[in-house]
Write a protein that binds this ligand. Structure first.
Ligand code: ADP
Ligand code: MG
Length: 381
C-alpha cells in the first residue's frame, strides 16, 4: 500500500473508503469530527481534478435502515466543502454504475451505507468486486474501521491499486510516535467499560511506559484478584484471569479511592478508600486522592496516551475524574487521546491535545502491537 501523494489522481475515478460513522440522533449529526477529518484527502483530490466516489459504514444496521442512512452526512459534507454532493440511495447496482459513468472531473458522489449489505462485514468477494468496479483506484482513509477486514476496507484492495489517505497517514504517524519515541516519563491512562479489549494493550505498553494508570472499569479485576470487595462494580469475569501475568507489576497504578453510590442515577456519592467499597454499592468514578495522585503523575509526564473515561461521566456526579484527568493530560508535551466516549466526555471542556484519534478500537490494536487488517503492509512499530 502506498501513500496518496504517490498517486496521480488526475481524471481518475478515486474510490475512497472514509469513516463517516458519526453519532446521529434523529437524523442530526451530534459530532462532525470524522467528516471534518476527511476533508484534507477530499480537497487534495479535488485540486488534482479527480472524480471522487466516497463510501462508508454507519452504525450496525441489519439490512436497510433509514435511521442509519448516510444522507445527513451528504448534507454536512456539502456544507463543509461548499459544493454539490450527489447522494446515491445504494452503494452498488445499475443506478450507481450509471451515475459513476457520467461523472466529470471534480464531481463527488457519496454512496449509501455499505453495511446495509451483510456482505460488507463478511468481506464477501463478489460484493467487494462490485464496489471496486466503481473506481480506477482505491484510497483507504477509514482509520476508525481499519482494524476490521470488511469488503469495503480490505476486500476492494484485491481488485484495485490501493493507497492510504491523509487521515490514516496522520493517525499512524501520531500513534507510531508513542510506540517508538524514547520520551520519558511516558504515562498511559486506561479507563472505560470495554475492559477485556483494553487489557490486551497493557502487556505491550508495559514494555515502554513508566506508569499505567487505571480508572473506569479497569481496576476491578485487580482489586478482586487482591481479595478485596468491589461491591456491584462493573466486572467482566474473564479479565480476572487475563491480568494474571502482570497484576503485581509496579508500573500499574490503581486508584487509592473511589466515588461509590447505590445506582448509576444517584444524585450524590460517597468518597471511600479502594479497600472499603461497601457491599451492594457501585464504584462509579475515581476519588479525590486518586485525582490528585494521577494528575501529578500525568503533569510530570513528557508523553501521555489516554483511552477510556475515568468514571460514568454521563451522570455529572461521576464526571469529575474524567474532566480533571483530561485537564492534566492536556498539559503534557505530547498527548494522544482516543476512544469515542473519552472524546465525547471532553467536548464541553476547553482542552487541547496533540492528537485526538478518530479510531478508538484501531488505536488500541495498534498500541497493543497488532497489525491493522485493512492497512496491509503498513509497518506500525
Ligand atoms: P471509549 O469509547 O472511550 O473507548 P469505553 O467504550 O470503553 O470507552 O467506555 C465508556 C463507558 O464506560 C462510558 O459509558 C462510561 O460511563 C463507562 N464507565 C466508566 N467508568 C465506569 C465505571 N466505574 N462503572 C461503570 N461504567 C463506567
Ligand atoms: Mg465506547
Amino acid at each position: 500500500m502506498k501513500g496518496l501523494r504517490e498517486l496521480k489522481p488526475e481524471h481518475k475515478r478515486v474510490l475512497i473508503r472514509a469513516d463517516f460513522n458519526v453519532p446521529l440522533e434523529n437524523g442530526v449529526i451530534k459530532d462532525n469530527t470524522r467528516i471534518v477529518q476527511e476533508l484534507p484527502t477530499i480537497n487534495y483530490l479535488l485540486e488534482h481534478r479527480a472524480k471522487i466516489i466516497l463510501m462508508s459504514h454507519l452504525g450496525r444496521p441489519k439490512g436497510f435502515d433509514k435511521a442509519l442512512s448516510l444522507e445527513p452526512v451528504s448534507k454536512e459534507l456539502s456544507k463543509l466543502l461548499n459544493t454539490k454532493i450527489t447522494f446515491m440511495k445504494d452503494c452498488i447496482g445499475d443506478s450507481v454504475k450509471n451515475a459513476v459513468n457520467s461523472m466529470k472531473d471534480r464531481d463527488i458522489i457519496l454512496l449509501e451505507n455499505t453495511r446495509f449489505y451483510k456482505e460488507d462485514k463478511e468481506n464477501n468477494e463478489e460484493f467487494a468486486k462490485k464496489l471496486a468496479s466503481l473506481g480506477d483506484v482505491f484510497v483507504m482513509d477509514a482509520f476508525g474501521a481499519s482494524h476490521r477486514a470488511d469488503a469495503s476496507t480490505l476486500g476492494v484492495q484485491r481488485f484495485l491499486q490501493s493507497y492510504y489517505g491523509f487521515l490514516v497517514e496522520k493517525e499512524i504517524k501520531n500513534i507510531k510516535h508513542v510506540l517508538t519515541a524514547d520520551e520519558h516519563p511516558f504515562v498511559a491512562v486506561l479507563g472505560g467499560a470495554k475492559v477485556s479489549d483494553k487489557i490486551g494493550v497493557i502487556n505491550n505498553l508495559l514494555k515502554k511506559a513508566d506508569y499505567i494508570l487505571l480508572g473506569g472499569g479497569m481496576p476491578f479485576p485487580f482489586l478482586l484478584r487482591m481479595g478485596l470487595n468491589i461491591g456491584s462494580s462493573i466486572l467482566d469475569g474473564e479479565s480476572v484471569k487475563t491480568i494474571e501475568p502482570f497484576f503485581k507489576n509496579k508500573k500499574i497504578i490503581l486508584p487509592k479511592d473511589f466515588l461509590v453510590a447505590e445506582n448509576t442515577r444517584s444524585t450524590h456519592a460517597e468518597n471511600v478508600d479502594f479497600d472499603k467499597i461497601p457491599d451492594g454499592s457501585i464504584a462509579l468514578d475515581i476519588g479525590k486522592k486518586t485525582i490528585r495522585e494521577f494528575s501529578e503523575i500525568i503533569r510530570n509526564a513528557k508523553m501521555v496516551v489516554w483511552n477510556g473515561p475515568m468514571g460514568l461521566f454521563e451522570n455529572p456526579v461521576f464526571a469529575k475524574g474524567t474532566i480533571e484527568i483530561g485537564k492534566a493530560v492536556s498539559c503534557a508535551e505530547f498527548s494522544l487521546v482516543g476512544g469515542g466516549d473519552t472524546t465525547s466526555a471532553l467536548k464541553d471542556i476547553n482542552v487541547k491535545f496533540t492528537h485526538v484519534s478518530t479510531g478508538g478500537g484501531a488505536m488500541l490494536e495498534m498500541l497493543a502491537g497488532k497489525k491493522l487488517k485493512a492497512l496491509p503492509g503498513i509497518e506500525i512499530s
